[in-house]
Write a protein that binds this ligand. Structure first.
Ligand code: AP5
Length: 214
């Protein structure tokens, strides 16, 4: 099964993709994670993306289309993938349609996680992750069972993203409403959009997703 997670910053795309990876065997493909890896590696692409990401804007369509095309060719995508953070503009969605057609893949669902703007700011400014295994946490909504220790790997190397501050979140939300939300219409025409109430607690969002995915 191949799906797209669509939703504003902090909607829970990454949180839900990680939960579903184990249940459905689909791999999570996050363009945000891929770009952050390029920034950390100091590659040409990373250098170009860094300032745009820190300002809360979108990097160029060509850059992310190239990254995703190469990633989908890898073996672990054959059993299914969840696109998290891609596509983010109508031209990216059109390029993806063409790419999947050429590669012989089809999309099963486009899941739109709907969340009001104000809770998103609180979610993002409270987010942190384990630097060793990538497990995601939140200061209020998803604390580690033991303070300072990762539930998954036992590490204690937690980190926060450079773009997870209130000012940048507001720019990311503006970019979402102006450039990404129109994608819903693009996939609506293909009858692929499934709406999920992302305002609910994490486990209740997962329940809605499992009802859709079967
Ligand atoms: P990216 O990394 O994709 O960031 P984003 O879309 O802003 O999404 P987030 O990762 O912030 O949110 P999420 O929905 O995954 O939330 P999460 O599950 O962590 O992109 C970063 C940047 O890269 C972009 O701004 C852009 O510059 C660039 N970029 C990336 N892709 C691009 C593309 N295709 N084109 C151009 N540029 C691109 O949840 C957030 C927090 O809330 C967590 O702490 C979690 O525990 C908590 N939480 C989750 N669900 C719930 C819930 N139901 N209730 C309470 N708390 C919850």
């Amino acid at each position: 099964m191949n799906i797209i997670f669509l939703g504003p910053p902090g909607a829970g795309k990454g949180t839900q993709a990680k939960i579903l990876e184990d249940t459905y065997g689909m791999v999570q493909l996050s363009t945000g994670d891929m770009l952050r890896a390029e920034v950390a590696a100091g590659s040409d692409l990373g250098r170009k993306a860094k300032a745009v990401m820190e300002a809360g804007g979108l990097v160029s369509d060509d850059m992310v289309i190239g990254i995703i095309s190469g990633r989908i060719d890898q073996d672990d995508c054959k059993d299914g993938f969840m696109l998290d953070g891609f596509p983010r503009t109508v031209p990216q969605a059109e390029a993806l349609d063409e790419m999947l057609d050429k590669k012989g893949f089809r999309l099963d669902h486009v899941v739109e996680l709907r969340v009001d703007d104000e809770p998103l700011v609180r979610r993002i400014t409270g987010r942190f992750t384990c630097g060793d295994c990538g497990e995601g946490y939140h200061d209020e909504f998803k604390k580690p069972a033991k303070d300072g220790v990762c539930d998954r790997c036992g590490g204690g190397n937690f980190k926060r993203r450079a773009d997870d501050n209130e000012e940048t979140v507001r720019s990311r939300l503006a970019a979402y409403h102006a450039q990404t939300a129109p994608i819903v219409g693009h996939y609506g025409k293909q009858d692929l959009v499934r709406v999920v109430d992302g305002n609910l607690p994490i486990d209740r969002v997962t329940t809605q997703l499992k009802e859709i995915l079967g």
